[in-house]
Ligand binder design. Sequence first.
Ligand SMILES: [Zn+2]
Length: 58
Amino acid sequence: MAKDRIFLIAPGFTDPKRDDGPFICPYCNQIEGILASFPDLTAGSRSPACHSHARASR
Ligand SMILES: [Zn+2]
């Protein structure tokens, strides 16, 4: 069975359209917390991209 892949944005990112950053993604942050508590859920490498923010900030 294929493994799932999740992309989490690194906290502290900025948005060029806003001047009130830096920001965190609360959804990614919850997943980070789960993975920190249950490291066996991770399979290795991470990417600094995010489900919705990666597209919005480019
Ligand atoms: Zn996110």
